[in-house]
Design a protein around this ligand. Sequence first.
Ligand code: 3NM
Length: 211
Amino acid sequence: MRQLLKVYFIMGSNNCKKDPLKVITEALDGGITLFQFREKGKDALTGAKKYALAKEIQSICKKYNVPFIVNDDVDLAIALDADGVHIGQEDESAERVREKIGDKILGVSVHNLEEARKAIAQGADYVGVGPIFPTKTKEDAKEVQGTSLILSLRKNGIQIPMVGIGGINTENAREVIKAGADGVSVITAISLAPSPFESAKQLVMTVNECL
Ligand code: 3NM
């Protein structure tokens, strides 16, 4: 799991200015280690269009042997036989999702020690911690945490695979790993980069240098 979290790219169609299939292909060529389909927010696709895009992206990820995770939509993950699901605190409980998805990967967003302990008890495979830096991508993002939350979770004995999220880019990724995360989770640092390929490649190099 820790290996998979190194450079975890998250994307939906509304995070891209270019064709999302081109963006994901470039990101995979650049070496991303895990992908999450997150079709959420303004202008997000729904229904058949959402399903069709997810299926196309999943088949591209398969070619690269990179696991494909679905954000929130457990039914979609099951319908596609995706590799996993990522949920937030507002979604169905991790316990319930675990029952539904069996041994698929389960990721949970956490914002404090209590939520991290609960996610572990309920069967999460990894936790996402954020927002580490200011982000414009998630409208309802919580208060910026800096890297101190990662440090304090590790200090308090939280050993589960962990990824930082929120405002992470090629410039600041190093700090996130140094604080104790196993990887970085990014949307716009890759999806809106002039070259998603170069940005992904740079993130992979930076994370590998720190670990
Ligand atoms: N979750 P970007 S922040 C999807 O804090 C998401 O849990 C967050 O986008 C959290 O890499 C965030 O463009 C947005 O800042 C990340």
